[in-house]
Write a protein that binds this ligand. Sequence first.
Ligand SMILES: [Zn+2]
Length: 151
Amino acid sequence: VVDARHGLEAQLHRDGGAIAAHQPQPHARPFWDALDEGRLMLPHCPVCDRYELPGALVCPECLSLDGPLEWREASGRGRVAAFVVFHRPFHSGFDPPYNVCVIELDEGPRMIGQVAESAPGELRFGLPVKARFEHEGNLPVRFVADSERLP
Ligand SMILES: [Zn+2]
């Protein structure tokens, strides 16, 4: 089953040809709900002013138990920190060539994502990107080159 709502946590199965999604953890629900609304939400530590990836229950930086992590809207902007381009079919849900990138968000956390519509040779380390929210396909959010921040 290809589940667009949970694509970022998708697990690839070579045999079944389907993208099986993990059930989102209840404490990560705001992240997935926000994607449906075209927003990127991240947990934020009010003690040390640091953003985390969804799933964190306690700030791994300061381990503070003084207050819970609170959800804040992120800019959706970042830069490509690493990438790989697949030229062979690995999974029926993705037609080659396709890329898998590590996106370093402006807020700090690094998340796995895909840069859409990248021309050959455009994808590079440090490329500024911004989130594009999609309601079809197998990923709820992809990134595109951020034309406003291209050098
Ligand atoms: Zn903290």
